[in-house]
Ligand binder design. Structure first.
Ligand code: FES
Length: 96
């Protein structure tokens, strides 16, 4: 295994985990995780940040009740209850 440089300046991990067993999850219908992911991806494209900023879908981050959850690396910042309307503010953080 080789240690490689981090390929992106910043990465947003967006939980889109869904569950079919009735338990709450960021990716369940109506919870908004996939919509947050799409809004951030669209924003990164519109800002021409591809290749520098990565928006990655994440599995469960274990704070399901507070979701949708987004984790920003390397800022080490965590956001809960994120909606697509928050995408602009998150994009600003991704460009700082
Ligand atoms: S499903 Fe998103 S934190 Fe668990």
């Amino acid at each position: 295994m080789d240690c490689a440089p981090i390929p992106y300046r910043k990465t947003a991990f967006v939980c889109v985990h869904a569950r079919a067993d009735g338990r709450v999850a960021c990716g369940n219908p109506g919870r908004g995780g996939p919509e947050v992911l799409a809004a951030l991806k669209d924003g990164v494209k519109a800002a021409g940040l591809q290749g520098r900023v990565r928006v990655a879908r994440s599995g469960c981050l274990d704070l399901c009740e507070q979701g949708p959850n987004v984790f920003l690396h390397p800022d080490n910042e965590w956001f809960s209850g994120v909606t697509p309307a928050n995408a602009l503010a998150l994009l600003k953080k991704l460009t700082e």
